[in-house]
Design a protein around this ligand. Structure first.
Ligand code: TYM
Length: 339
């Protein structure tokens, strides 16, 4: 029987943080053992906000290296750079012509980013979710493992597949595209900022102290956790809406120590912040240590990463080109004339 398939990606817009890892990448690492897995660095998405070319190049490579350092195994999955596969941009155009504009104007992330950017918003930012739908639908995945913030984008991809491609151009029992399911973990799906337990940890937050990056040194991690927002109560607990910081930091502690929420709740029920913070700090440092070691060793051998990307691109190209061909044909484009 054919394996079910998974696809996901991260934008190389800055240093990856523990939210990206706990919300997404750590789950990919599990899924690659059972699913045919494709993961890409979505560099075209990074162009939708003002960017620096040199930083984009460096972030694209370091994001790919971090996938491997976090445990993505090139023998079990395909790792590639989105812009190396032109089918993503081509399908984006085809889907642009089939997607109603008012579906896009509802997108929460667009509204938030547009407000942040002010007058200088590009068409690309509005179109971002259609490109994301193209990224996904090209690979016909069964599952798309992401954090909670991507839920609405996944819903859009599903609607495009169902309502704009399958029902308009498909046959009753012969769907052109699979309608993928999001996989959003209850634990880790939304890691919050260290400075405010009510807002999401984000790569683009101008305050570096709001996040732990996967490559932060132990000293930096110590400083950031020391500064993390707390409250006046003694004892850590989950699910108290008056204590979002306690809920978030206890949740991170549970995940980085691989202990259940029940167990850490008991352990920390009477603990003051002064005792909890050093515990959390050391737990984060030791779970990031193997990732940082692998990253450093990969950085010393760029040829190895290059080869991983060459192989991944080839595998991703085969699959995406065959889907694109099927869609082109279904919507009435003439077949390409090859010599
Ligand atoms: P991006 O680059 O913002 O984030 C990458 C992944 O990390 C998750 N994530 C979080 N999870 C938990 N807590 C947080 N604070 C947190 N911040 C981010 C995101 O949900 C995501 O899973 N649009 C996507 C990239 C993308 C994509 C795709 C993903 C483009 N095409 C196709 C899947 C499939 C994004 O901006 O993710």
């Amino acid at each position: 029987m054919n394996k079910k398939r998974v696809l996901s990606g991260v934008q190389p817009t800055g240093a990856l943080h523990i939210g990206n890892w706990l919300g997404a990448i750590r789950n990919w690492v599990e899924l690659q053992n059972e699913y045919e897995t494709y993961v890409c660095v979505v560099d075209l998405h990074a162009l939708t906000v003002p960017h620096n070319p040199e930083e984009l190049k460096a972030n694209t490579l370091s994001t790919a290296a971090l996938y491997v350092a976090c445990g993505m195994d090139p023998n079990k999955c395909s790792i590639f750079i989105q812009s190396h596969i032109p089918a993503h941009s081509e399908l984006c155009w085809l889907l642009n012509c089939l997607t109603p504009l008012n579906w896009m104007e509802r997108m929460i992330q667009f509204k938030e980013k547009a407000v942040k950017q002010g007058y200088n918003v590009s068409i690309g930012l509005l179109d971002y979710p259609v490109l994301m739908a193209a990224d996904i639908l090209l690979y016909n995945p069964d599952l798309v493992p992401v954090g909670e913030d991507q839920k609405q984008h996944l819903e859009l991809a599903r609607n495009i597949a169902q309502q704009r491609i399958n029902s308009k151009f498909g046959k009753k029992d012969n769907h052109i595209l699979k309608v993928p399911e999001p996989l959003i973990m209850k634990e880790g799906g939304k890691i919050m900022s260290l400075c405010d337990g009510k807002s999401k940890m984000s790569k683009s937050d101008p305050n570096e102290n709001s996040r732990i990056s996967l490559l932060d040194s132990p000293d930096i991690i110590r400083k950031k956790i020391k500064r993390a927002k707390t409250d006046q109560y003694i004892g850590l607990e989950f699910d108290n809406s008056n204590r979002p910081e306690a809920d978030n930091l206890l949740g991170i502690y549970s995940m980085v120590t691989n202990q259940s929420r029940e167990k850490v709740s008991k352990e920390c029920a009477e603990m003051g912040w002064g005792k909890f913070k050093p515990l959390l700090t050391e737990a984060i440092i030791s779970c990031l240590q193997p990732i940082q070691e692998k990253y450093t060793s990969l950085s010393k051998n760029p040829e190895e990463l290059n080869q991983i990307l060459i192989n991944g691109t080839q595998q991703a190209k085969e699959l995406s080109n065959s889907t694109l061909k099927r869609i082109r044909k279904a919507i009435g484009l003439l077949e390409q004339i090859d010599k």
